[in-house]
Design a protein around this ligand. Structure first.
Ligand code: ADP
Length: 240
């Protein structure tokens, strides 16, 4: 399968071979949804299937914190409190990332845009690239989300996500891929989870209306109860 978006915003398809991966020419895929809706898991699967990079603003910001640089120092308090970091900073990181050569054939945005201002900046960036976004909204029940986030574990080395209830690692607490000890993300503590869900309701969910008003391609996928592989199949079918 190969998908793309023409300048007119039509989904196009073409065939191509790329070491088993299928290049998705020009596809600007936005995975949209609440924290814990499965954006990270799905975008990793899509990256492998489509052969285009996953651009996760959360991962980029956590990298800065890990490196302990100026950006990292400025944002660690906000992130560990479950609050959004300033638009200007995220917009700059995304603009720089989209200018890299591997973004030329398309990309998957995971966790961006999250505010109206970010959505407007993205529209401008894509216009310059001659692309238009396809938004996939992963719709997940609030109670399911809350349970998922507090049971979530992450591998600090490869970023694989596990869930002690729905997707446990083979050996509890150890990553299946590289044997690292799994960690609980700082912002997956219960009080912070509440704040992240509030930020989503206040600042991010209203973007659905924005996408509708501006005539963006927006697809809703019910993702509360299906296994990740089933949600993935729903997304790929839709892109076909
Ligand atoms: P989740 O979607 O599960 O909250 P992310 O890794 O996408 O996980 O985001 C973690 C945190 O990173 C957010 O709570 C916020 O502090 C920050 N962040 C990520 N993306 C953005 C963004 N686009 N704008 C502002 N803050 C962001």
């Amino acid at each position: 399968m190969s998908v793309g978006v023409s300048k007119e915003g039509e989904l196009t398809s073409a065939s191509g071979k790329n070491g088993g991966k299928t290049p998705a020419a020009g596809l600007a895929l936005v995975l949209f949804g609440s924290p814990g809706s499965g954006k990270g898991t799905q975008s990793k699967l899509l990256m492998e299937r489509l052969g285009i990079p996953q651009i996760s603003t959360g991962d980029m910001l956590r990298d800065h914190i890990r490196r302990g640089d100026e950006v990292g120092k400025a944002i660690s308090g906000l992130m560990s409190a479950g609050l959004l970091v300033p638009d200007e900073l995220v917009n700059t990181l995304v603009a720089e990332r989209l200018a890299e050569p591997d973004s030329r054939n398309g990309f998957i945005l995971d966790g961006y845009p999250r505010t109206r201002q970010q959505a407007e900046v993205l529209v401008g960036l894509l216009k310059r690239l001659g692309m238009e976004e396809v938004v996939i909204h992963l719709v997940v029940d609030y109670n399911v989300i809350s349970a998922r986030l507090t049971q979530r574990r992450v591998c600090p080395k490869c970023g694989t996500l596990y869930n002690s209830a729905s997707r446990p690692s083979r050996i509890p607490g150890i990553c299946d891929s590289d044997g690292e000890t799994l960690e609980i993300r700082d912002d997956d503590r219960e009080s912070v989870v509440r704040e992240r869900l509030d930020s989503y309701e206040r600042q991010t969910r209203p973007l659905i209306e924005y996408f509708r008003e501006t005539g963006r391609r927006l697809y809703e996928i019910e993702a509360s109860f299906d296994r990740p592989a089933v949600v993935f199949e729903k997304i790929t079918k839709l892109l076909q």
